[in-house]
Design a protein around this ligand. Structure first.
Ligand code: NDP
Length: 276
């Protein structure tokens, strides 16, 4: 193999990491767009994220996705941050160049694309309820606001976290407020479940009035079967969608950042859906 034909190296870094679907997704993107790249799983020790990244760079790594539990450490490690990474306070995409380590966050744009393009649900001037105030919730707020939604309400089990987030985005020009689950008393156009409750088959205690026939209830979690949140929302008459499309779209945005080529996502989505 000549030096020119050695594929560029990328990785997804996390702990645990065996479950990650990113290598398959990026392999399909690379095949489809003819990019010479190799994408692998990298298990970093819980106390060794930065060392693992530097080692990967020394071995020729060009970029990396970052997953649980390292998104905050990736934020701290990056020498340059995009505005959306800054707003998120977390990084899921690292790029390595002679200028150093750049950090971005593609989760929010992935969610917005999946809702507006793939599901065909417009969000401009629509009311949005965001459930959760963890890393995933934080990452999607600025991209939602940038779509000129009518307003955002953040509800979280630990209320001060939702209040703090609402305060952080109060400058944005879009009304952002917080509420306890039980206090919600209006119907929303879009409800995004960014809690990890579905992982434990638990439901945030939402009043039924938040769901209407035109509501899109979106669970960031995905599985072979509809999540408990989707099942509940469907019983209330709402339209439902899981987070598989968000996963693919955030990966496509990372791929674009690294390779300046935008892969087609529909066939990759279908392929992955069939694997679940
Ligand atoms: P975090 O651990 O950072 O946050 C978890 C959030 O869930 C917190 O707001 C927490 O509330 C809340 N929560 C946990 N259990 C319950 C419960 N039983 N009832 C109500 N609220 C609960 O996780 P992330 O933000 O990183 O991830 C959240 C979800 O989003 C996960 O399911 C993850 O898989 C998914 N995700 C999907 C992506 C995709 O591409 N599809 C991308 C990123 C995440 P509290 O503050 O009170 O603890």
């Amino acid at each position: 193999m000549t030096l020119e034909s050695v594929p560029d190296r990328y990785a997804v870094i996390g702990n645990p990491i065996e479950h990650s679907k990113s290598p398959q997704v990026h392999a399909l993107f690379a095949q489809q767009t003819g990019q010479a790249m190799h994408y692998e799983r990298l298990l970093a020790p819980i106390d060794g994220f930065a060392e693992s990244v530097h080692e990967f760079i020394a071995q020729g790594g060009r970029g990396a996705n970052v997953t649980v539990p390292f998104k905050l450490e990736a934020f701290a490690l990056a020498q340059e941050l995009t505005p959306r990474a800054q707003a998120a306070g977390a990084v899921n995409t690292l790029s390595f160049s002679v200028d150093g380590i750049q950090g971005d966050n593609t989760d929010g744009v992935g969610l917005v694309r999946d809702i507006t393009r793939n599901a065909g649900v417009p969000i401009k001037n629509r009311s949005v309820l965001l459930l959760g105030a963890g890393g995933a919730a934080r990452g999607v707020i600025l991209p939602l606001i940038e779509e000129n939604i009518a307003g955002l309400v953040i509800a979280n089990r630990t209320q001060p976290r939702a209040m703090e987030l609402a305060q952080q985005f109060s400058y944005s020009g879009v009304p952002v407020s917080s509420a306890a689950f039980e206090q919600l008393d209006q119907c929303f156009d879009v409800i995004i479940n960014a809690t990890s409750a579905s992982l434990d088959s638990a439901l945030p205690p939402l009043p039924d009035c938040v769901f209407g026939p035109e509501t899109l209830a979106y669970d960031m979690m995905y599985a072979a079967q509809p999540t408990i949140f989707m099942q509940h929302a469907a019983r209330q008459g709402a339209k439902v969608r899981d987070g598989l499309g968000m996963l693919i779209e955030q990966a496509a945005e990372s791929f674009f950042i690294w390779r300046s080529v935008r892969p087609e996502t529909a066939s990759v989505y279908q392929w992955l859906r069939d694997q679940l």
